[in-house]
Design a protein around this ligand. Structure first.
Ligand SMILES: Cc1ncc(COP(=O)(O)O)c(C=O)c1O
Length: 412
């Protein structure tokens, strides 16, 4: 088992070819990892190897290439099950990403199990991907949405209000593990345990956590969990929905087409079992294979080590930013995940990001697909720096200098 202190983080950084470049004449500092991560050579090589040697459609052919592609595709499913500590690879559905995983649950499980008068509980810090699918479902079945509030700028879930909203009308509680705007790490096992005692199904949005900290679906005690490959060193266009097998077995198909059928007659189709029942059409085969390489890569470092590294950078950034005058910081003071969101007095977040870019620093400014959260905070946007294990303390210090420069530039 590797230890965070003995890992050669600088060597790991060299695995990411894209990081070795200048932007506007300055060394690139990539702090937009919450939007998407960069890809290590191992993942790029896995994609190239697949296309150069094994490319064929899966589950269909009996020829050698198709067999190889199918074996690699299913090996990735098994690897993903291990990554999440799932009981079986039958619980792993490949999707396009977190968004599609949540939509799948809403349209398949939700449409079957929800009726007029039922409630869906969300939190005020959810990404649009964990709000809009539930709004669509609620309109379709006559259910209503309820929100667990947050505490304000500190961005913690207000657990004192949980009993009031976790009522018997609630059929589903869907919430994020780590907030993409606040950096809050939610107590997933506790929330799932409280829901489970009332017979409420739970869905965890692990888009910001899956490749940043250990994620064990059995220890969490959730019913569904979704994440995206592209945020954890994998390719874009591939994601995972995990669901408890006994729940997946009772769910109707989400989309119809090839791959998900047993037999098709003119007026009647029979379907495969989960997970294949939920994977209509030719899947993102290279994405699945690239995801396997990403999971191997991350686990060779250790997700607990990655989390410590992320947290150290975020803690350092938060402390340094908090010393500046005229800054408003969002999210918890302690125990935050690897990102910081802030606003400078009288400077729009987009201006912060534009000037930072001139210094080679890639930040994100906007509502981060968290419009209801922004409304709660009384702002329209924030600037966000989000870190990953290939970022360094030195980069954080340079970023702080850039923020000071921006303050001077705008006369603060
Ligand atoms: C918390 C959270 N949920 C869901 C998503 C959606 O992920 P994707 O666009 O990969 O489906 C994101 C992406 O930023 C996110 O941060």
């Amino acid at each position: 088992m590797k230890d965070e202190k003995t890992i050669d983080w600088a060597r790991l950084r060299k695995d990411f070819p894209i990081l070795d470049q200048q932007v506007h004449g300055k060394p690139l500092i990539y702090f937009d990892n919450a939007a998407t991560s960069q890809k290590p050579r191992a993942v790029i090589d896995a994609l190239v190897h697949y296309y150069e040697h094994d490319n064929a459609n899966v589950h269909r052919g009996i020829h050698e290439l198709s067999n190889r592609a199918t074996a690699a595709f299913e090996a990735s499913r098994l690897r993903t099950a291990k990554f999440l500590n799932a009981k079986s690879d039958n619980e792993i559905i490949f999707t396009r990403g977190t968004t599609e995983g949540i939509n799948l649950v809403a349209q398949s499980w939700g449409a079957k199990n929800l009726k007029p008068g039922d409630k869906i509980l969300l939190t005020e810090m959810e990404h649009h991907s964990n709000i809009v699918p539930w709004q669509l479902l609620a309109e379709r079945v006559g259910a209503t949405l309820v929100y667990l509030p947050i505490t304000g700028d500190e961005g913690l879930l207000d657990l004192s209000k949980l009993d009031a909203v976790l009522t018997k009308e609630v059929k589903l509680f869907a919430f994020t593990h780590i907030s993409n705007s606040l950096g809050t790490v939610n107590p997933v096992a506790e929330l799932c345990g409280r829901a489970r005692r009332l017979g409420i199904t739970t869905l965890v949005d692990a888009a910001q956590s899956a490749g940043h900290c250990p994620v064990d679906v059995q220890a969490m005690g959730c019913d569904f969990l979704a994440f995206s490959g592209h945020k954890i060193c994998g390719p874009t266009g591939i994601g995972v929905l995990w669901g408890r097998q006994e729940i997946l077995d009772g769910m109707p198909p989400y989309q119809g087409g090839g791959e998900m059928i047993l037999t098709v007659d003119y007026f009647k189709t029979t379907y495969k079992k989960a997970p294949h029942r939920f994977e209509a059409g030719t899947p993102d085969i290279s994405g699945v294979i690239g995801l396997h390489a990403a999971l191997d890569y991350l686990d060779a470092i250790g997700r607990d080590n990655i989390f410590k590294h992320d947290q150290e950078l975020a803690g350092h950034a938060f402390e340094q930013l908090a010393r500046l005058k005229g800054i408003r910081l969002f999210g918890p003071k302690r125990g935050r995940a690897g990102l910081v969101s802030f606003l400078l007095d009288d400077v729009h977040a987009h201006d912060v990001v534009t000037v930072a870019d001139r210094h080679g620093v890639a930040l994100r400014g906007g509502h981060h697909c968290n419009q209801p959260l922004m409304k709660k905070l009384g702002v329209s946007s924030t600037a966000r720096a989000s870190f990953y294990f290939y970022n360094t303390r030195d980069e954080v210090d340079r970023f702080i200098d850039v923020v000071k420069e921006i303050q001077r530039f705008f006369g603060q």
